[in-house]
Design a protein around this ligand. Structure first.
Ligand code: TYD
Ligand code: MG
Length: 497
């Protein structure tokens, strides 16, 4: 009895291979439902063969791979890492492509992924390596057109427009092992080992698996291009992010020329490095000194802007923070932030309100990091606070000052790492003074800057409010009351006019 019942249930299990897979996060369900419980997205479930198993019939038909036989004498193995020939790309990968590794590059459509990778493959090919570019989205002629525009048409890149993973793997298994293979994009690839339509989670996962296996086996480095959904996730294959060795995200503001390549995950390198590029008529130009770029369009002398001396990875980067604090017409004032952590902004606002007497509950607050950079360091607190107060009291900050320091909940300004690197970069770009945490003063080194150390946020707020100008918004100045007593003449003038 027992035996019969258990084999019955195992037959049923084997039959039910069709299920509903969320196309956003890959969660599987037995029944269709409108909302995915795992990621909260609506209408993302699609019916698929969830197992992704390779049927036995196909497995056994696989032809053995041929490989080259070599003699004992010969040149030794190449370095495990291979420079891409683009410094900014190498910086983000951690020093070049690792043999047998698979990288996923994500980014909005039109941001420049194909351009970046066309340039990278061309560089590799020109350096004498076998570099292959497989486009599943564009015809060969279109890729050629881009290469021509980039002035790279004569680079010996091997190009094809293909979408079948089996065909790609068999083709690339012949001849010398390619050092770099670009697959543009993983969403267009399909494998006959699973039945789902191209672009579905199951197809993308199985295709990525086959390509990863190929990379590990041959030592070729593979770059997969991945599309990004509206909210910035690499579309569909969240699962692929776990399978690959590194995930790079290519970002930028549509209206601006800067592009930032950021490592989201990297098994072979740091994840805090960024590579900075500029999109030009001749493709992507590497920007080796990003500070100059981020500060190039500064609005000198206007209230609400502060220059933050930050560190991105191993490199100091100076960037402008722009704040707008304006009386609100809404019941709940707006807080909007671009390029910084919104909860960090809330914290800084709370500290300003609680410890510095700056009342912001009747104001909308907007904070923007210039140039499309995204700041993760808490060291930006002080610059953000300075920009906010400057906008509130309508007092421009000194144009030759940089700001950095972490603000604690008690209102103290805490020291941050790499003070001397920040100061050196500021001095190099012609800044004359730095507003920084008190205890960081010793690290100043030989920098030629005037150091204005602040122990608490109250001191900084008082200093800024004292600079209030005749144009000062008296409502705003009253809001910063406890610290702006010196600014009364300005208010009188304003009242009379
Ligand atoms: P592309 O690399 O096709 O983007 P993705 O592969 O991420 O979708 O880049 C498309 C955009 O880049 C397009 O709007 C035109 C612009 N572009 C330039 O400005 N200069 C260039 O030299 C090239 C090739 C593209
Ligand atoms: Mg493209």
């Amino acid at each position: 009895m027992h035996g019969t019942r258990s084999s019955d249930s195992s037959i049923q299990m084997a039959k039910s291979t069709l299920s509903f897979i969320c196309q956003n996060c890959g969660a599987a369900y037995n029944r269709w439902q409108g909302k995915c419980d795992a990621c909260g997205e609506w209408n993302t479930l699609a019916e698929e063969d969830s197992t992704g198993n390779v049927p036995v019939s196909i497995r056994s038909k696989r032809k053995g791979r041929t490989f080259a036989l070599e003699s004992l004498s010969g040149k030794s193995n190449d370095a495990p890492r291979l420079s891409s020939g683009m410094t900014e790309l190498d910086r983000v990968t951690g020093g070049g492509f690792v043999r047998g590794s698979v990288l996923l590059v994500g980014g909005d459509p039109g941001i420049g992924k194909s351009t970046l990778l066309t340039q990278a493959t061309s560089m590799m090919a020109r350096a004498g390596h076998r570099a292959v570019y497989i486009s599943g989205e564009e015809a060969v002629a279109q890729v050629r057109l881009r290469a021509e525009r980039l002035g790279l048409a004569n680079a010996p890149v091997q190009l094809a427009s293909e979408t079948s993973v089996e065909d790609i793997v068999s083709t690339l298994s012949e001849g010398t092992v390619p050092r770099l293979i670009v697959i543009d994009s993983i969403q267009t690839m399909w494998t006959d080992t699973v039945e789902s339509a191209p672009g579905t989670v199951t197809q993308v996962r199985a295709s990525a698996q086959a390509l990863i296996r190929f990379a590990k086996k041959t030592g070729a480095a593979i770059i997969l291009v991945g599309h990004v959904t509206k909210d910035g996730q690499i579309a569909g294959p969240r699962v692929v992010e776990h399978m690959v060795d590194a995930v790079l995200s290519f970002e930028g503001e549509g209206s601006q020329q800067f592009r930032i390549l950021r490592a989201v995950k990297n098994r072979f390198g740091p994840t805090d490095e960024i590579g900075v590029f500029e999109m030009t008529g001749l493709g992507l130009r590497e920007v080796s000194n990003p500070s100059e770029l981020f500060l190039s369009e500064r609005d000198l002398g206007s209230p609400g802007t502060a220059v933050f001396a930050g560190i991105e990875g191993t490199r100091p980067v100076l960037v402008e923070l722009q704040a707008l604090v304006a009386p609100t017409t809404l019941g709940t004032p707006r807080r909007a932030v671009v390029g910084w952590d919104p909860s960090r902004l809330s914290m800084v606002l709370a500290v300003l309100e609680a410890h510095c007497g700056v009342k912001l509950s009747g104001h909308d607050v907007y904070l923007n990091v210039a140039g499309g950079l995204r700041i993760q360091e808490p060291a930006a607190d002080l610059a953000a606070a300075a920009a906010l107060v400057s906008s509130l009291v309508n007092a421009p900050l000194p144009t030759d000052a940089v700001y950095f320091g972490e603000i604690s909940l008690s209102g103290a300004v805490r020291p941050v790492a790499q003070t001397s690197a920040r100061l050196k970069e500021a001095a190099k770009l012609g800044f004359g003074r730095a507003v920084l945490p008190e205890s960081a003063r010793g690290d100043g080194g030989d920098a030629s800057l005037t150091l204005n150390s602040v122990g608490g946020l109250t001191t900084l707020v008082a200093e800024i409010a004292a600079r209030g100008t005749p144009r000062g918004n008296h409502q705003a100045q009253r809001d910063a009351e406890p610290v702006e007593k010196n600014a009364t003449p300005a208010r009188f003038r304003r009242d009379r006019g």
